[in-house]
Each structure stands twice: as structure tokens, then as C-alpha cells.
Write a protein that binds this ligand. Structure first.
Ligand code: DQA
Length: 144
């Protein structure tokens, strides 16, 4: 089964972001890890990244139209993009929010997620393994 994995702004630059917060993998390595983990759980992952809100919204519309399950790390958009929230709400297949870090243990502006309310669940704080845990959760959700 196809799985759309959407990564938001600045995640392509994990190579120069704070590795004590985001872990040691660069974006290419994270993408490969997600593809391999997805394969082990019977998914074919289409892993994408954009810094652009409109592009992410178009990808969510595509997921809604094609009925694709979605794992999304909206990055900083998590905290304020009502437009991405409204697009995520259109996805009727399962949608899981992930974060590399634990936003609730960081600055106060990261404590709000406008996405969580339209996600099946949120996984954060486990570095790249957050995505693996989300894939396992997704397998359970689509298997129901
Ligand atoms: C993030 C957490 C966000 O607060 C931050 O803006 C990011 C990455 C994470 O994966 O931990 O860019 O979504």
C-alpha cells in the first residue's frame, strides 16, 4: 500500500540543524530510513519535503483525492498553519503527525499544534524513530 510521508520546512537541512535536538541523520539518510522501515511494514513510502505551505497543501489534497494514508511532520507549520490544518482535515484516510524532537519539552511557542486535532495521533521525541513508530501505528490503523 502506498504511504505519503510529508516533511515541512527546514527538514531538508538536518545536516546543519542542531543534532542534539534533531539527531545525527541528514535528510537523505532520514528519507532512506523511512523508506526501508515502510517496506518492512508493507508500505511503499513516497517521502517528500517542502519549505512551501502551498506545496504541502497540494500534497494533502492529493492524499485526500487518492485516499492515501499520510504521515506528516509539518515542522514549524505545526504551530500556526491553519491552512495546513484545514487541508489535513480533508484527508479521510489515517493521518499521523510526527516530530523528531518533543515539542512539548521545548520553547512555549512549540507547545501548540494546530494539526493534532485533525490527526489520528501524534508521535514525537524519538528522533528518526518517531517515523518508525508512526509507520507501525499506521499499519495498525489501515489494517482495521
Ligand atoms: C519539528 C519540531 C518543530 O517545532 C520545528 O519547527 C521543526 C521540527 C520536529 O520534527 O521536531 O522544524 O517538527
Amino acid at each position: 500500500m502506498k504511504l505519503l510521508v510529508i516533511n515541512g520546512p527546514n527538514l531538508s537541512r538536518l545536516d546543519i540543524r542542531d543534532s542534539s535536538i534533531y539527531g545525527d541523520l541528514n535528510y537523505g539518510e532520514l528519507k532512506s530510513m523511512i523508506e526501508i522501515a515502510a517496506g518492512k511494514h508493507d508500505f511503499e513510502a513516497d517521502v517528500r519535503q517542502s519549505d512551501d505551505e502551498a506545496t504541502i497543501i497540494a500534497w494533502l489534497h492529493e492524499a485526500a483525492d487518492k485516499k492515501l494514508p499520510v504521515i506528516i511532520n509539518p515542522a514549524a507549520f505545526t504551530h500556526y498553519s491553519y491552512a495546513i490544518r484545514d487541508a489535513a482535515e480533508l484527508v479521510k484516510t489515517p493521518l499521523i503527525e510526527v516530530h523528531l524532537s518533543n515539542p512539548l519539552s521545548r520553547e512555549e511557542f512549540r507547545h501548540t499544534s494546530v494539526i493534532s486535532g485533525v490527526a489520528n495521533g501524534t508521535i514525537g521525541g524519538f528522533g528518526p524513530n518517531s517515523y518508525v513508530l508512526a509507520i507501525i501505528a499506521m499499519q495498525n490503523l489501515v489494517g482495521k
